[in-house]
Design a protein around this ligand. Structure first.
Ligand SMILES: [Zn+2]
Length: 342
């Protein structure tokens, strides 16, 4: 049986797992039908990726790329899902919330009033609306910016960066060889450049803009960690039975329930940014949208990441597409049968 093209690239002789696949003793975790469905769903997308991970066992179910990234030395370096380093935009906000709660500057009861912008040292950082009074759940459901600006104004850039690294950002995943590490800038990183204000960098990095970069695989692993309470590292065999990854520190796990619930509501609430009235998916997730200049050309980057089912996560995922908004990517991902059964 021939593998679909997006999967076959991983099974070739030159690929990081080509040797594995030739052994009849090993059953890979890759899901052939899921790859076929992704190929159909991404038919109109020129550049994008989707990653699906078995939350319990850590097995990679799908590692799908459409188009090629710029590197050309190995399969992993060409593979958008593991090599494209992109601004995560609002898809980073759940990690920002967990970090702020772990450091004690945010509780589920903390309130902030969004008036459409956040005044900071004489400049105004914008939110995309005037969202009124919000707690952290509401801020995640409507994807407020100014809530997170205020929260991280109490943190240093290095505290924020350490928190982001705790979820695997800024570090190459254990597999595949050649997978990109992304970038989590800290005060030292900016000190080597022309600087700018560390406080300003903290605020924009908290909402996934500025210089932070993640890969689709890293974002899927991060959401798997929120869904499971454990740090995931990708494995490729069905035999890796049992739960994978070490538990997150208690300072994080204690605060997972309100964040998980907020991401379920981002899909199910009528005001949720990933809500579509005609769809009733059993999914928790968060979208993100970024605009980035590359070689003088504006690129639009859309994300949708989360897990399914919302209450008892089995599969964590991240979808990315270029030239689409996060909402448009969510619409693709939430089409019945692609990641959830209803
Ligand atoms: Zn707002």
């Amino acid at each position: 049986m021939l593998a679909p093209p997006s999967l076959a690239v991983w099974l070739g002789v030159d690929s990081p797992i080509g040797g594995l696949d030739r052994s009849s003793e090993v059953r890979l975790s890759f899901d052939r039908e899921r790859h076929e469905r992704l190929e159909a769903a991404f038919a109109d997308v020129q550049l994008g990726a989707a990653v699906a991970i078995d939350v319990e066992k850590g097995g990679v179910l799908a590692l799908f790329s459409k188009g090629e990234s710029r590197g050309d030395r190995s399969i992993a370096e060409r593979h958008v899902a593991v090599s494209s380093m992109l601004p995560p935009a609002s898809a980073i906000k759940p990690f920002t919330a967990l970090g702020a709660m772990a450091l004690g500057v945010l509780t589920p009861e903390t309130k902030h009033v969004c008036r459409g912008s956040f005044a900071y040292r004489g400049t105004q950082l914008r939110c995309w609306g005037a969202h009124g009074s919000l707690d952290v759940q509401r801020a995640l459901v409507v994807s407020d910016n100014s809530f997170f600006y205020e929260v991280v104004s109490k943190l240093t850039l290095d505290q924020l960066a350490d928190n982001q690294r705790s979820f695997g950002f800024g570090r190459a995943p254990d597999w595949p060889p050649g997978a990109a590490a992304g970038l989590v800038p800290d005060a030292k990183w900016y000190a080597r450049r022309d600087g700018g204000s560390p406080e300003h960098h903290t605020l924009v990095q908290a909402i996934g803009h500025g210089d932070i970069r993640v890969t689709p695989l890293q974002l899927a692993l991060g959401y798997a960690a929120i869904a499971s309470g454990r740090r995931s590292s990708p494995t490729l065999t069905q035999e890796s039975a049992g739960q994978s990854g070490e538990a997150l520190p208690e300072s994080y796990t204690a605060n997972l329930p309100p964040v998980r619930e907020a991401l379920a509501r981002a899909v199910s609430d009528a005001s949720g940014t990933a809500h579509f009235g005609d769809l009733k998916p059993d999914v928790a997730g968060k979208m993100g949208s970024a605009d980035e200049m590359v070689d003088g050309v504006a690129r639009k980057i859309g994300w949708f990441a989360g897990w399914t089912p919302a209450e008892k996560p089995r599969i964590a995922f991240a979808f990315y597409a270029e030239n689409l908004s996060g909402r448009a990517v969510a619409r693709i991902a939430l089409e019945p049968g692609l990641i959830s059964s209803n």
